[in-house]
Ligand binder design. Structure first.
Ligand SMILES: NC(=O)c1ccc[n+]([C@@H]2O[C@H](COP(=O)([O-])OP(=O)(O)OC[C@H]3O[C@@H](n4cnc5c(N)ncnc54)[C@H](O)[C@@H]3O)[C@@H](O)[C@H]2O)c1
Ligand SMILES: [Zn+2]
Length: 251
């Protein structure tokens, strides 16, 4: 794909590139975004109701079954050309990746992720005593509606996914790392915003903070979002199409 000249020039001229990624980054790997229709067993459930401390308190096996299925799904898929392009971009520029994704596809493509703002699916921990769980959880190869969570060896509590549920605090270290990366941006640097709808805060506020530091903000998304208006450039395309083109422009 051909990118607009000013976008190519901005990326070429940048010393630092801060990349903010959301669920759309992994869509072409086959990990559905939250706003894509829920399929199969969960089609009548809104993720914003499943991914909450209340849902977990009400019915741990129901919530765990959904996460166990997502975990299985993520393990089964591979990084896409967009993930690989960002790993390559880091060989040409100073790249910091901050993601809202709970999958590990950036890492598997060879990138270092500075911050997982919403935690990681793979980092399981006890819901009661918070002890990390390092056993191998039993996952179902087919979706099931209920699955008993693993049991904490330390206290016998239920083991939960290491993700941030709606209404929970973001990991402090991830937020601090992200804010420091934004503050390090200088005029001429670039903030790339890939595959996020820009409605889940505080992540949705980061592009505006990058703008305030003088960075050139570039959105990569097939459709308009809540942040499109404030971006310098909006590239209408998918992560797997646009990011390789961006990298070849600077390589
Ligand atoms: N893979 C994952 O880890 C995963 C998947 C689903 C949801 N989530 C969680 O859901 C929350 C929702 O926020 P969000 O903004 O990340 O996701 P979102 O579902 O709100 O928005 C996804 C965005 O990606 C765009 N998009 C879809 N396909 C794309 C593609 N191929 N290339 C580029 N963009 C594409 C959509 O237009 C949309 O704007 C986050 O908190 C995140 O933790 C994570
Ligand atoms: Zn415990």
């Amino acid at each position: 794909m051909d990118l607009p000249g000013p976008v190519v020039a901005a990326v070429r001229g940048a010393r630092r590139i801060l990349v903010l990624t959301g669920a759309g980054m992994s869509a072409e790997s086959g990990v559905p975004t939250f706003r894509d229709a829920q399929s199969g067993l969960w089609e009548n459930f809104d993720p914003s109701q499943l991914a909450t401390p209340d849902a977990w308190a009400d019915d741990p096996p129901f919530v765990w079954a959904w996460y166990a299925w997502r975990l299985h799904l993520v393990r089964d898929v591979a990084p896409n050309a967009g993930h690989r392009a960002l790993a390559e971009l880091a060989t040409h520029r100073d790249v910091t990746i901050v993601t809202q994704n709970v999958d590990d596809l950036h890492e598997r493509a060879g990138s270092e992720v500075a911050a997982h703002l919403h935690g990681s699916l793979t980092e399981l921990r006890c819901a009661d005593c918070h002890e990390p769980y390092d056993g191998e959880p039993t996952l179902s190869p087919e979706p099931v509606k209920r699955l008993d969570p693993e049991t904490c060896a330390a206290c016998g509590g239920d083991v939960r996914p290491g993700v941030v549920w709606f209404g929970e605090m973001l990991p402090e270290a991830a937020v601090a790392t992200t804010e420091a990366a934004i503050e390090a941006l200088e005029p001429g640097d670039v903030c790339l915003v890939v595959g996020t709808s820009g409605i889940v805060f505080p992540a949705a506020g980061y592009p505006a903070m990058a703008l305030a530091e003088g960075a050139t903000v570039i959105e990569v998304n097939p459709v308009d979002t809540d942040i499109t208006d404030m971006c310098h450039h909006a590239i209408r395309g998918t992560a797997a199409n646009v990011l390789p083109a961006l990298v070849s422009a600077v390589a």
